[in-house]
Design a protein around this ligand. Structure first.
Ligand SMILES: Cc1cc2nc3c(=O)[nH]c(=O)nc-3n(C[C@H](O)[C@H](O)[C@H](O)COP(=O)(O)OP(=O)(O)OC[C@H]3O[C@@H](n4cnc5c(N)ncnc54)[C@H](O)[C@@H]3O)c2cc1C
Length: 445
């Protein structure tokens, strides 16, 4: 069993599935991030090998998921709520069932700490990032003033790194000294392209579609100031998602699962850790994926040495070729199908809104929106399960801005459900599939 669906979890799943172990992967839902992990919250990933032109984070995670499923991974889209590693087989409790497993791979990642300022959500990935190494080279940041929040080693490192791209970097530090090592602090203080704003607290950010300025407060005088920037980077630490395992596994002084350097074994036999949950240093998609591979190979070896693996037999040696996760064509007069369960675009929306007596789910999405990648397959599955009386239409708000404006949609994912032209309900964000199904069934009854 694998807990976590970031690059570490899915890579472990691909290797375990190809070894005919048919792994069960608990994707997570709300605790410690969303299904697909941290890369679901970013736009372009430019440093994952194999994608020379870059790839949108959620698209990369869709591909990893599809690859894991293709080889036989089973997914459970819930959080792991409790684990018992003091007995063998291990027990993992979730909302829907308690599962026992002879071996466990923990890939629950880490969450970048956020400040929770009022406009954070609006500007996340639109100027605010938690990863300078990942996002620093974004064109919008080039030759612009940028800012970093934090006073530790990471903040200093990021500030220096960002001087490669930005014209100037403002480092916002709450106290009157840096917590970074002396050498690092000296480098930052000596760098003419970095201004340190001591005893300064970030209150909010402002802008149009992209961040334009910071609103900061001087801690001693409480006076407010604004600083013009086109990029803001949080370097206020990460919290590894290890709460579930505290008291059962060795955890290091930073809160990460302890393993020997470069190895996946934890302090409990048969339990392996991969990705950011056991790595406070490198924290990249590729390093997480590589450690997921090691964890799966180690788990396979561990199980087979003890005769604990029950291998599945494949009817077809080669699994079927997968469909690309999202290659839906926008409906037009030529290809619109009145009874199709799921279509895309304003043409289909208008036709169904005016002419269908079914419940119409209008799903507003955008290509970079990670939660949209989770919501769409959930709703498609609910509609397929209900078989009739419900149809879905997807509207990409980047492509069809006017439709979104008319509908009063200001964020994705948003779902509006209509019956005979009447708006019955509006949902924002993601929820468990069972919750969506129940509400739709209530509307149908
Ligand atoms: C904004 C941003 C941009 C980034 N850009 C890049 C980039 O361009 N290139 C790059 O290489 N790296 C980038 N990174 C870093 C990269 O995302 C991480 O290093 C990588 O995702 C770590 O993978 P992981 O599998 O260890 O964990 P994560 O991606 O953190 O995934 C953890 C998974 O565990 C699940 N989980 C947590 N708790 C539970 C639980 N209790 N039960 C079940 N599941 C649980 C979560 O739902 C999630 O699915 C970026 C990070 C951020 C935040």
């Amino acid at each position: 069993m694998i807990i976590g669906s970031g690059p570490a979890g899915y890579t472990a799943a691909i290797y375990a599935a190809r070894a005919n172990l048919q792994p069960l992967l608990i994707t997570g839902f709300k605790k410690g991030g969303i299904p697909g992990g941290q890369l679901m919250t970013t736009t372009f990933v430019e440093n994952f090998p194999g994608f020379p032109d870059g790839i949108i984070g959620p698209d990369l995670m869709d591909l990893m998921k599809t690859q894991a499923i293709r080889w036989g991974t089973k997914l459970l889209e819930v959080d792991a709520d409790q684990v018992n590693l003091n007995q063998h087989p291990f027990k993992i409790k979730t909302l829907v069932q308690t599962i026992t497993s002879n071996s466990l791979i923990i890939a629950t990642g880490a969450s970048a700490n956020k400040l929770g300022i009022p406009s954070e959500k609006k500007f996340w990935s639109n100027g605010i990032s938690a990863c300078a190494i990942c996002d620093g080279a974004t064109p919008q940041f080039r030759n612009e003033d940028l800012a970093v929040v934090g006073g530790g080693d990471s903040a200093c490192e990021e500030a220096v790194y960002l001087t490669k791209y930005g014209s100037h970097v403002h480092l916002l530090v709450r106290s009157n000294q840096l917590k970074a090592s002396k050498a690092m602090s000296d480098r930052v203080e000596a760098n003419k392209r970095i201004t340190i704003h001591w005893e300064t607290e970030l209150i909010d950010v402002e802008g149009g579609n992209w961040i334009e300025k910071l609103i900061v407060k001087k801690i001693d005088s409480c006076s407010k100031e604004s600083i013009k920037v086109k990029g803001l980077f949080y370097a206020i630490g990460h919290t590894p998602n290890t709460d579930l395992f505290k008291g059962q596994l060795s955890i290091n002084s930073h809160g990460y699962i302890k393993t020997d350097p470069g190895r996946p074994e934890t302090s409990v036999n048969g339990v392996f850790a991969a990705g950011d949950v056991a790595d406070h240093e490198w924290r990249q998609g590729i390093t997480a994926a590589s450690s997921g591979c090691k964890a799966a190979l180690a788990a396979e070896r561990w199980l087979s040495q003890r005769n604990l693996s029950s291998l599945i037999e494949r009817k077809n040696i080669e699994p079927a070729i997968t469909q690309k996760p999202d290659d839906l064509v926008t409906s037009s007069e030529e290809n619109f199908q009145f009874n199709s369960l799921w279509q895309k675009g304003s043409y289909a929306l208008r036709k169904l809104y005016h002419e269908s007596s079914n419940l119409i789910l209008v799903v507003y999405t955008s290509p970079n929106c990670g939660p949209c990648h989770i919501l769409k397959p959930q709703l498609k599955r609910v509609i397929q399960e209900l078989k009739s009386d419900v149809q879905g239409v997807e509207i990409d708000i980047d492509e069809e801005e006017d439709i979104a404006k008319q509908a009063g949609v200001n964020g994705t994912p948003t779902v509006q459900i209509f019956l005979k032209k009447e708006l019955k309900i509006e949902w924002k964000g993601i929820r468990q599939r069972s919750e969506f199904k129940e509400e739709i069934m209530n509307l149908l009854s």
